[in-house]
Every structure is written in C-alpha cells, then in structure tokens.
Design a protein around this ligand. Structure first.
Ligand code: SF4
Length: 297
C-alpha cells in the first residue's frame, strides 16, 4: 500500500481517518497531535521541569523520545526521567529504563518500594493476594513518584497514557458507577505535581509503532499482575466494539473531558497526611495501604 499523502510505502492504516501513512507522514501526524494536546491544555510553560514517569515500556519510552525531540533546543524547559522500581520479579528492570534514558540523552533518577517502604510489590502480593495488586501498586507508586519529583524540582509529570488507556479509564468509571472519578476536575492541587498526557488522543497501536521506529530496547513484557485488573476486561470489550465503530475511543475520551467540571470543589478539600506529610484528599491512602500490608489485614 502507498501512503495517502505521497508515493512512499505505507507503514500504517488509520481506520478512523481512512489514511494510509508512510513513516515520515506517520511521524508528522502523531507529533502534530501530541503537540496540539500540549498546546490546548497549556501543559508546558517556560521554567518547567518536566519528568517522564519512565517504566521502560513502549508508552513511557515513546513519550520520553517525543518530549526530547520537542524540548531539547529549549533552554527554558528541563526534561528528565524518573523510574520507580516496584519490586516485581522478572518484570521491572530499572537498568532497561536507565539505558533508554541514556540513549535518548535525558537525566535519569530512580527510587524503589524496597528502599522507601521496606517492602516490594511481590511481597505485598504474597501477603495480600493478587486481587488488589494494581490498587496497592498504583497508590504507593504515585506517592513515591510525587515525593521524588518534588525533591528534583519537577513541575510537570509526563505519562505515556494513550487513547486506549484514557478511553478504558472513562468506561471503567462508568461500569463501577463512580460519578466522583468520572467528574473529578483536572486541576492543580498544592503538593501534587500536575500530570500531563501528550499521547492521550493517540491510539495505542500508533504509540507502539512510534516506539518501534525510534526507541531501542524498550520492554515488551507485560506485568504478571495485570491480568487481575478490571482494565483487562474493559480493554477486551472496548476493542471489540471499536472494531465495528472506529470513533468510539475518541468519543469516550471526549466525554470524560466534558464531564470534568473545573468548577467542582475537591471532595473534602485538600488535607495533609498526619503520618507522612504527603497531600491527600481525605486520609493518605499510601499510609492506609502500608498499614494493611504490615498488619496483614
Ligand atoms: Fe502495578 Fe498493576 Fe501496573 Fe503491574 S499492572 S505495574 S501491579 S499497576
């Protein structure tokens, strides 16, 4: 197949646009969408230090490469990468993330559950079972990333979340009947480093192709605990439906954005955890999780 915009060979077909694209036009298309997302959300400003939460997988590696291309000539914005080692045997390898950051040419720092909390995710799962692995992992990783980011003077956290991730999150909140998460506004909260998601309008398969074209050595393995997540079921439902209705994921992401009303006050207001001093909505969930793990509750 030839590119719809030139005569070169196509590397991808976009069902939602009806276009075949060669490598050059694919890169241009993806980067233009990511830049538009940054511009429309006013995600990066002069003086920012942007840290990519670098897992070493395709999405975070791709967003690191893209942001380096976008920002490397700017003297007023700093880019770095932070990797959290949750302690998942055979899956998380910080050395891989470090090699990716070094090849791209971005400063890299790391932190681990073992050093911060005295326990790995594997040990938590051994004590608590796999049912809440993602919930515990997410809470503890976010708290640790937030702490490291503040120490490093980070003003924005860049995640590799793609269109599929975002659409799944909206549908999961609908299926859980969770109006608070569905309508929770995206706003800056003191103590939390704000998150940016340059690939939120780009389908997962396009982010994967971008990573294959530009990043060497990213991790293809999936987390061994991922199968326990509701997300896996929702992914299957959504992919099957989107095959027949190609715009569905965009519709869900747009719905999610429209429902987030920035005027809505935070539930319970912002408090600070009495134990660890981290900001939290009501009580610090990271300290609750660690109590549960240590008590064996
Ligand atoms: Fe953590 Fe779940 Fe992601 Fe695995 S899939 S790294 S347990 S959040």
């Amino acid at each position: 197949m030839q590119c719809s915009k030139c005569r070169r060979d196509a590397v991808i077909y976009q069902r939602y646009s009806g276009l075949h694209l060669c490598e050059q036009h694919f890169n241009r298309d993806l980067e233009a969408k990511a830049k538009r997302a940054i511009r429309e959300h006013r995600w990066i400003a002069s003086g920012d230090t942007v840290a990519v939460a670098l897992s070493g997988g395709k999405d975070s590696s791709a967003v690191l490469y893209f942001l380096h291309r976008l920002l490397h000539e700017r003297r007023d914005v700093r880019l770095m990468a932070i990797t959290v080692d949750e302690g998942i045997g055979g899956y998380r390898d910080p050395a891989r993330a470090r090699a990716i950051a070094e090849r791209i040419g971005v400063p890299w720092v790391t932190a681990s559950f073992r050093e911060e909390y005295g326990v790995t995710l594997d040990e938590i799962v051994a004590r608590k079972g796999t049912g809440l692995s993602c919930s515990y992992c997410g809470v503890l990783r976010r708290a640790l990333l937030n702490r490291v980011a503040r120490e490093e003077g980070v003003t924005k956290f860049a995640y590799g979340f793609n269109l599929d991730d975002e659409a799944q999150s909206v549908l999961m909140n609908v299926l859980r009947g969770d109006p608070y998460r569905l309508t929770r506004p995206v706003r800056e909260v003191a103590g939390f480093v704000p998150r940016i998601k340059p690939f939120m309008y780009i389908p997962e398969r396009e982010v994967a192709l971008y990573a294959f074209l530009h990043v060497e050595g990213f991790d293809l393995a999936g987390c061994p605990y991922a199968a326990d997540a509701l997300r896996g079921d929702v992914r299957g439902i959504l992919d099957a439906y989107t095959y027949r209705h190609p715009a569905t994921k965009y519709s869900l992401v747009n719905l999610g954005e429209a429902l987030r009303n920035p005027e809505q006050p935070p539930e319970g207001g912002l408090r600070v955890c009495e134990r660890c001093g981290e900001p939290c909505g009501e009580v610090c969930r990271a300290c609750q999780v660690l109590d549960e793990v240590r008590r064996g509750a």
